[in-house]
Each structure stands twice: as C-alpha cells, then as structure tokens.
Design a binder for this molecule. Structure first.
Ligand SMILES: Cc1cc2nc3c(=O)[nH]c(=O)nc-3n(C[C@H](O)[C@H](O)[C@H](O)COP(=O)(O)OP(=O)(O)OC[C@H]3O[C@@H](n4cnc5c(N)ncnc54)[C@H](O)[C@@H]3O)c2cc1C
Length: 317
C-alpha cells in the first residue's frame, strides 16, 4: 500500500519494478517485539527469491538495504531506518524433511521447524522451540539455547549477496561465533539445511514442553522485549553481573530492566527506543563500574535516533 502524502520524489520512485510490494514511510514498531521504532523509508516484501535477486541487482547502489525477521532481537531507533527494509513472506516459509535433514526457508518460524521435526521423528532441533524468531534471524545470530545453537545443526545455507548473486555456504563458511556469524551484513539468507537424528516423536514433544515451561518460568516471554540484551562475557553470565550491579528493576522513561530476568529489557507500554537504549547504556556503565567488565550488546540496534534525542555517549552501533 502506498502512502498518499509522500514527497513528490521519494526513494520509492528510484527503485526497480518488482513483483512483490513496496510500502512507503512504513512504521516499523509493528514489526519489532519491543513495539518501538520509527518508519522505514520503504518496506519491500519480495514475491519470491527471484524477485528479491532481481531487486538487489537493479537497486541503485547508494540505497541501503536491511532485512528484518520478526524483530525479536532488534531495537529500531525512533527516527527509523533509511533505505529499504526487507521482510520475507510466505514464499520463504517452506519446510521439507528427508533423510535426517530439514530444509527450512529463512521466513519459517523457529517453532514451526521444531514442531515439524517432532512430527517427523527428527531429534536435535528442540532448542528452536524456545526462540521466537525466524530461521534467517537464527542464522544471522547463531541463535541457541539449552546447550545447542545453530552452528551445531547447520549443514548448508543459501543466501543472496548484495548484488543478488546466489551463494551457497557450508557450516564453516558461515563463520559462526557466539551469537553472530561472519557473513557480510548485507547478504540475505534464503534458507538452510539442518541436521537432525532419528528420534521418538513423544520424547521430542516432551523435550519441547520442558523447554517451553522452563522459558515461561524464567523469562518475560509475553512482554515487549528483545530477548537477551547483552552477550554473556567469557566465563560470566550477563544477568548475574547485572544483578550484582543492582540493576534489576531499573528504569528510564517507559523502559525497565525485567524483574523476572535481568538481562531482558522491557517496554512497559510507553517506552521509546531511546529510553530502551539509554537504559541499556546505563546498565552497561553500572556493570562496568561495579565489576570492571564491559558488556557487549547482543540486541542489534539499527536506524537513526530522532533528532535531538541521541542515545548516551558510548552507544555505538
Ligand atoms: C522472549 C525472547 C526470548 C529469546 N530467547 C532467545 C534464546 O534463547 N536464544 C537466542 O539465541 N535468542 C533468543 N532471543 C533472541 C531472538 O529471538 C533470536 O536472536 C532470533 O534468532 C532472532 O530472529 P528474528 O527473526 O526475530 O530476527 P530479527 O530480530 O528480526 O533480526 C536479528 C538480526 O538478524 C538479521 N536477519 C534477520 N533475517 C535475516 C535474513 N533472512 N538474512 C540475513 N539476516 C537476517 C537482522 O538484520 C538482524 O541483524 C529471544 C528473544 C525474545 C524476545
């Protein structure tokens, strides 16, 4: 849908014709778990992988591109994101299971992969049931829980590079590290082949139920949050350092450190992205003062601050 009150020449007028759809000045708050963030200049929903590749090939070189999954690990700043934000839809949401392997599109919910594997008697991917993102986000973040992460499961990945060329990556080529991978930021994952092992559906179902119950009791899973805010420093737990620094329940505007799990920040209802980022920076400072340890953001902060409301000093991208 096009907004009618856009300027006479808008970025969208410079973009190639696509079979998918463009929305201009599209609010991103509805696409992030925090429910904060300003608009994207343009949101593009590709019709399929070919449409996306054509778009990447033909777009003007100066137009930045950002891909979002379900926004469960991002903080979009209040001024929004310049350029084109890409959201993958149902054409990227296929799942196929064969010979102990699952092929999943980047737009499939992690939980759907875990459930499909359960139904097919494929064990080893139960950890995905507790991660509220899509496979594309899980690849980028090397998402993991309960002792397993994507790097343990990935056999191969398909991606489009910044020029729309199809790339096939082995597990090694992904360069997985803790909560990140070394694939260039502007490559877009299309899907992955993941490894499982033969298992009993009832046992897999019981493990999924166990994981979900553990999450419900320890995390604010129904809150407006971005998951773990900071990475665990080597040999430490971020939540324990935050607790030690006395930050549980700390607030900035409408943002609060969760009482339930203090490595989670919460939008209590009226928070801006700036409140959340300022709160995170205040936590980092206090932890550093108290323990000498520098916490590193796990949440991906993106976009522009609203003019005059820049995050606190030290709040780099
Ligand atoms: C309640 C809660 C619990 C969580 N628990 C866990 C947990 O246990 N373990 C864990 O690891 N994480 C956890 N997270 C964080 C988050 O769910 C994961 O990082 C998830 O993998 C992000 O997926 P997403 O689709 O939401 O990606 P987004 O948050 O939308 O994006 C995350 C990053 O991935 C990039 N990206 C998204 N899709 C693609 C694509 N197709 N190609 C290339 N890059 C892409 C984005 O540009 C961004 O840099 C939790 C979050 C919440 C809210």
């Amino acid at each position: 849908m096009m907004a009618l009150n856009r300027p006479a020449t808008h970025l969208v007028d410079r973009l190639p014709e696509v079979r998918g759809s463009y929305s201009v000045e599209a609010p991103l708050s509805k696409y992030t778990w925090f429910r904060t963030g300003g608009p994207a200049d343009v949101v593009y929903r590709p019709k399929d992988a070919e449409d996306l590749a054509d778009f990447l090939r033909a777009r003007p070189a100066d137009v930045p591109v950002t891909v979002l999954g379900v926004g469960s690990n991002v903080l979009v700043r209040d001024g929004g994101i310049r350029g084109v934000v890409i959201r993958l839809g149902s054409a990227f949401a296929g799942i196929a299971i064969q010979d102990g392997q699952v092929t999943a599109g980047a737009g499939v919910q992690d939980l759907s992969v875990a459930n499909a594997c359960r139904d097919a008697g494929l064990a080893g991917l139960e950890f995905l049931s507790g991660i509220p993102g899509m496979i594309g986000g899980a690849l980028r973040m090397n998402a993991g829980a309960y002792g397993r992460e994507m790097s343990d499961a990935v056999i191969a990945v398909e991606a489009l590079d910044e020029t729309g060329r199809l790339r096939r990556l082995s597990n090694e080529a992904m360069g997985f590290v803790y909560r990140a991978c070394r694939v260039p930021k502007d490559w877009i994952f299309l899907g992955a082949v993941l490894r499982g092992e033969a298992g009993d559906p009832a046992t897999i179902a019981a493990r999924i139920a166990e994981i979900q119950a553990a999450r419900e009791s320890t995390q604010p899973t129904r809150g407006r949050t971005g998951g773990s805010t900071f990475k665990n420093p080597p040999g430490e737990k971020a939540w324990a350092l935050i607790e030690r620094a006395g930050c549980r329940g700390m607030r900035r505007g409408g943002a609060m450190v969760s009482e339930k799990h203090c490595n989670f920040l919460i939008n209590t209802g009226s928070a801006t992205a700036c409140d959340i980022e300022r709160l995170g920076e205040a936590v980092r400072r206090r932890v550093h003062d108290e323990t000498g340890i520098e916490l590193e953001w796990e949440i991906q902060r993106m976009g522009d601050a609203r003019p005059g409301r820049s995050p606190e000093p030290g709040a780099g991208q």
